[in-house]
Design a protein. Structure first.
Length: 217
């Protein structure tokens, strides 16, 4: 199986944007030329994140800091994956988030985005059983990652996914099985209307493994 490596010029362009690298002579001219990709890629990801956050965030003060980093292990010759953080503030509320953004290396356009709350409120456990383990120790990240894969199979052209952390709910089924219920919004195809989806994630409470995933909506 072919192993993809992130093109060196892409690494250079992102580093130039993020860290302001200064080079001399011919290298400086090359960096200036390739930095255009880095600037456009970062801007495309930030636009996609603003859109994904919804109408309420459009009127808020949104900041992205620090500069996103390139996920070389997830990138290829055709797509670069950037991971970054941001925060938006509006009257009486604020929210921190993280995002993972896929950028087409040919067009510098964002072709995929997953956004999550950086510090969500703890999920509430319902109907706790006497022998139930402490569910607050289980991270919902594995469930959301499994949901992303299921959504990509359902909608192959999906371009944005946003999880609503406030809808998370744990439910104990047996001493060794629990379910995490949640919801979010996604764009099934580019330029489409945002679609609400729900997910039910079955978890083995002994080791936190995801053993089942159902998508609705």
């Amino acid at each position: 199986m072919r192993q993809h490596h992130l093109p060196s010029w892409v690494r250079l362009s992102i580093v130039t944007v993020a860290g302001g690298v200064l080079l001399g002579g011919a290298a400086s001219a090359l960096a200036a030329d390739k930095a255009v990709f880095g600037t456009e890629a970062v801007a495309a990801c930030e636009r996609a994140a603003r859109q994904s956050l919804g109408p309420q965030a459009q009127l808020a003060d949104i900041t992205f800091s620090p500069a996103p980093t390139v996920q070389e292990g997830l990138s290829s010759d055709h797509q670069v994956v950037l991971r970054g953080t941001g925060r938006w503030r509006s009257a009486g509320s604020s929210r921190s988030f993280t995002y993972s953004c896929n950028v087409d290396t040919r067009t510098a356009k964002a072709v995929g985005l997953v956004i999550r709350d950086a510090a969500p409120p703890p999920a509430t456990a319902h109907a706790r059983m006497p022998a139930e383990p402490d569910l607050t120790a289980l991270s919902p990240t594995a469930c959301e990652s499994s949901a992303v894969q299921a959504l990509k199979k359902r909608w192959p052209q999906i371009s944005q996914i946003r999880f609503e952390s406030t809808t998370r709910r744990f439910q104990q089924k047996t001493p060794s099985r629990a379910e995490l219920h949640g919801s979010g919004r996604a764009l099934p195809v580019p330029e489409a209307q945002s679609t609400l989806f729900g997910f039910e994630c079955e978890v083995d409470t002994r080791d936190g493994r995801v053993v089942g995933m159902r998508i609705s909506g």
